[in-house]
Design a protein around this ligand. Structure first.
Ligand SMILES: [Zn+2]
Length: 158
């Protein structure tokens, strides 16, 4: 199913901030994540936490995730081709960090760490990637003052 990516991108803030990327997966496979190791891919929902501080902010970064990277740079670039972007929670500013959100997601019922160290090479988090065995629905995320950008329904507030 093609993503209404243009519509989503127009809604995204061009400012710096943090985000949670919701990736649905329907496949089973073992994929290599750069030098980190192998990820045993399963059907369900993957949630990835990141921050965007470069030019174009959150809009540019989520735009990157909506495409398939020709040359993987981040760990999530290796995972992305096996999944579909379902939604992105975004929050501009830096009052909270992606590490706070990682802890928040880790504490949700059913959260699993599929590959320790994923996206967290430069911090103390166990991982910036979590897995849920749900059937492609976002878990009940309560990320403070975040805005959800859904690839299906467009923008709405949390
Ligand atoms: Zn972290």
């Amino acid at each position: 199913m093609p993503l209404p990516a243009d519509r989503l991108l127009d809604e995204l803030p061009p400012e710096a901030g943090i985000y949670a990327l919701l990736l649905s997966c329907r496949r089973r496979a073992v994929i290599r994540i750069g030098k980190l190791g192998e990820l045993r891919l399963r059907p369900g929902l993957y949630v990835y936490l990141g921050s965007a501080c470069g030019p174009g902010g959150l809009r540019a970064r989520i735009g990157h995730h909506l495409r398939i990277a020709g040359r993987p740079h981040w760990h999530v670039d290796y995972l992305r081709p096996w999944t579909e972007v379902q939604a992105a929670w975004c929050r501009t500013g830096r009052e909270e960090s992606e590490h706070d959100w990682a802890l928040c997601i880790r504490r949700l019922p059913g959260a699993l760490v599929p590959l320790p160290g994923f996206g967290s090479s430069d911090c103390r988090c166990e991982s910036h990637l979590f897995f849920f065995r749900t059937r492609f629905r976002p878990p009940a995320l309560r990320l403070s003052r975040a805005v959800l950008y859904s690839t299906r329904t467009g923008r709405f507030r949390s």
